[in-house]
Design a protein around this ligand. Structure first.
Ligand SMILES: Cc1cc2nc3c(=O)[nH]c(=O)nc-3n(C[C@H](O)[C@H](O)[C@H](O)COP(=O)(O)OP(=O)(O)OC[C@H]3O[C@@H](n4cnc5c(N)ncnc54)[C@H](O)[C@@H]3O)c2cc1C
Length: 376
């Protein structure tokens, strides 16, 4: 059996689903395939933190894209909640960023953060030398410096993924678990995808397979080096009654999830293994013991995910091969949940030959540090 689509997407993570939904709600006939049951690997593993640090001036195209995307979240979630028939709230409950100024490293990180806030003309924050009330007597930091950003947000990324998938299904997107039997093949203006039960054909193909995106490009003569960066997390019982995010410098974060807190995360470049292991256990336990020794650390859940990182740490967003109709949206590293609304909109515009909302040139897959032709 042969089925024809306007767009076929490889990968059912936040990028693939976001783009598929955007296209389907514009009236395109869309299909998504993913070898993993349920898909959304890094996207389900993530913490869902969406923090802008109130940036008003952007020091790089990446920073501008990231912040503008987070600012789209209220409207995006409202539309998504309607489309999926289920509420996905944005938790705008602020973020406490705590530094330990009794140590030189903690002082340096605090001062460097203040310099960043100044450069970006941030206004909506306060600085104190007290621990936030919700940490009460839990954190034994002698000399704290606390930045409070009341406007920061997070989203329950697992609910976000479920809603995106449901919105896609309601908009007519076809899903398939599993990969084509052979590499997608371009012939006569269409790309063909061969599955045991038949063939899909599509004018456009979007590669959104996260850390695994390179293989489609490798198969068509490009080198596409993607570095996997493993992140391990746990969930512990909630020990405070607040709804706020808490960051201990860049060493540990706590994100409320129902009656529990998501605690993260390791950063392990070059590791493809997706299991939670003793390295994750040791890393998180040591930091919890240091910052929150009085808290029950008994994990309710443990998991790991693979962040997709490119060589220059910028995502690939644009045409991989415009003649064939192949585009790519991958490599969002630690920021994919944050960057999804704007990425989906920009990619959809690109696929329709329209001007994206922000210039995608800095993220072009074939930029100097991006994809390269394989030498024969
Ligand atoms: C521990 C951790 C914490 C994080 N926290 C945050 C956070 O707080 N905020 C934030 O903004 N970001 C966060 N991130 C980053 C964010 O999760 C990623 O940037 C984002 O999820 C990447 O989305 P994606 O769709 O590109 O990849 P994925 O979600 O990994 O989806 C890619 C999909 O492609 C599929 N695939 C693989 N091979 C193939 C193939 N051959 N064909 C088709 N499909 C294929 C995979 O099965 C997978 O389902 C975190 C990541 C981790 C790991």
């Amino acid at each position: 059996m042969q089925e024809d689509f306007d767009l076929v997407v490889a990968g059912a993570g936040v990028m693939g689903l976001g783009c598929a939904w955007e296209e389907a709600r514009r009236g395109s006939k869309v299909a998504v395939f993913d070898p993993a049951p349920g898909g959304a690997k890094a996207s389900l593993a993530a913490a869902g933190i969406l923090v802008t640090r109130d940036a008003r001036i952007f020091m790089s195209p990446f920073r501008e894209f990231y912040v503008r995307s987070i600012r789209m979240y209220p409207e995006w979630l409202e539309d998504l909640s309607k489309a999926a028939g289920t509420e996905v709230p944005l938790h705008r409950s602020g973020d406490f960023l705590v530094f330990d100024a009794s140590e030189p490293a903690g002082r340096e990180r605090f001062e460097s953060k203040l310099r960043q806030l100044e450069r970006e003309h941030a206004k909506d924050f306060t600085v104190t030398d007290r621990l936030p009330g919700i940490l009460d007597s839990q954190a034994p930091i002698q000399n704290p410096r606390t930045l409070h950003f009341p406007g920061e947000c997070y989203v329950q990324n697992r609910d976000l993924i479920a809603a995106l998938r449901e919105a896609c299904v309601r908009a007519g997107v076809v899903f398939r678990e599993g990969e084509p039997a052979r590499n997608p093949e371009y012939r006569g203006g269409t790309t063909r995808f061969e599955f045991p039960e038949g063939e899909w054909r599509s004018r456009r193909f979007l590669i959104a397979a996260g850390a695994w995106s390179g293989r489609f490009l490798e198969a068509s003569g490009a080198t596409a080096p993607m570095v996997p960066v493993k992140g391990q997390m746990i969930r512990i019982p909630k020990f405070h009654s607040g709804d706020s995010l808490i960051h201990f410098g860049d060493e540990l974060y706590l994100v409320p999830r129902g009656d529990s807190l998501v605690v993260g995360a390791t950063s392990e470049p070059g590791v493809w293994d997706e299991s939670f292991d003793e390295k994750g256990e040791g890393f998180l336990e040591a930091r919890l013991r240091r910052f929150l020794p009085h808290v029950d650390h008994g994990p309710l859940e443990r998991w790991a995910g693979i962040r997709p990182r490119t060589r220059d740490r910028l995502p690939w967003m644009g045409w991989a091969d415009q003649e064939k109709g192949w585009a790519i949206c991958a490599g969002h590293y630690k920021c994919g949940i944050s960057m999804a609304p704007l990425a989906a909109l920009c990619l959809s515009r690109l696929l329709h030959g329209e001007k994206p909302l922000l210039d995608l040139a800095p993220f072009h897959p074939w930029r100097r540090q991006g994809l390269q032709k394989k030498s024969s």
